[in-house]
Design a protein around this ligand. Structure first.
Ligand code: CP
Length: 296
């Protein structure tokens, strides 16, 4: 069994193999993994990640056990570690975990035989989101060399940005950040420059807008949505200022009329829905690798 805990554990060859396998699954399904079982543990809300893991498992023949935090003994005080050891003892093969804390660094993966897959850990990592973003960009441009990719917005609270900066840099893209100064991260600034938003839009091949993550803000009421949209939102005018070939990504869920204008979501170069579809393919590839290996 393999675990996918952080984007940083993946080198270029491994990322390329996972993307290749994900693309293969665009035209193929297989029930070869029908002897395996999967549990999904979502301590934070999710639509895309949770359902796409379930869809991916279904397409591979993996049985998904019904498990909800609200009806589990976690509510009686059982720890994550003890819960995972219980699933292990039951014979579950893999667990997908989303948590507000940086659980991969807690050592729980060393205490279980199961494959563990990080479906979002606090502000730290969301590796399968970065892989599906990379697949979406690869489908569009075939290469990452010389691509300029600007990640815009609430970088400070973004696990998506932290996983993407690793994956996309390893693949050869030129990464940069833009958005409000208060969302700048000194840690991430060491990895990519912070540029003016409108300049970034004009010179980018890919603009990745981030959701304002109100749930991680000490004082969410301080944000004026109209002001944010005017200064940092992707409007139809800003979309028109992008290069003719440039595309727009957003991991979702989108705050309409805040990060992105509703009309822009229907633009032919807005790939948000393709990202969601690619989430199933990437998670099929990840589940296969975690349960059966097979990649070098
Ligand atoms: N992008 C993403 O993780 O979406 P969900 O929170 O809906 O899973």
């Amino acid at each position: 069994m393999n675990s996918l805990l952080r984007a940083r554990q993946l080198d270029k060859a491994h990322i390329q193999q996972l993307l290749g396998r994900a693309q293969y699954f665009a035209d193929h399904s297989s029930d070869l993994l029908r002897t395996y079982t999967l549990a999904t543990l979502f301590f934070e809300p999710s639509t895309r990640t949770n359902l796409s893991f379930q869809m991916a498992a279904t397409r591979l023949g993996i049985r998904v056990l019904p498990f909800s935090i609200e009806h589990s003994s976690l509510l009686k005080g059982e720890s994550l570690q003890d819960t995972l050891q219980t699933l292990d003892a039951l014979g579950v093969d893999a667990a997908v975990i989303r948590h507000s804390e940086n659980w991969p660094e807690s050592g729980v993966a060393d205490q279980t035989e199961m494959a563990l897959i990080n479906a979002g850990s606090g502000v730290f990592e969301h590796p399968t989101q970065a892989l599906l973003d990379a697949l979406t960009i690869q489908q569009q441009f075939s290469t990452f060399s010389n691509l300029v990719i600007t990640i815009v917005g609430d970088v400070l609270h973004s696990r998506v940005a932290r996983s993407n900066i690793h994956i996309l840099k390893v693949l050869g893209a030129k990464m940069q950040f833009a958005g409000p100064e208060e969302y700048m991260s000194s840690e991430l600034e060491k990895l990519a420059p912070w540029v003016d938003f409108d300049q970034g839009i004009r010179e980018s091949d890919v603009v990745m807008m981030l959701r304002i993550q109100h749930e991680r803000h000490a004082n969410p009421a301080l944000i004026c949505k109209e002001d944010y949209h005017r200064r940092y939102g992707m409007t139809a005018e800003r979309m028109a200022a992008m290069q003719n070939h440039a595309v727009l990504l957003h991991p979702g869920p989108v705050n309409r009329e805040v990060e992105v204008a509703s009309e822009v979501l229907d633009h032919s170069r807005c790939l948000v829905r393709r990202q969601v579809a690619n989430g199933v393919l990437v998670r099929m590839a990840v589940l296969e690798w975690c349960l059966q290996g097979g990649l070098t």
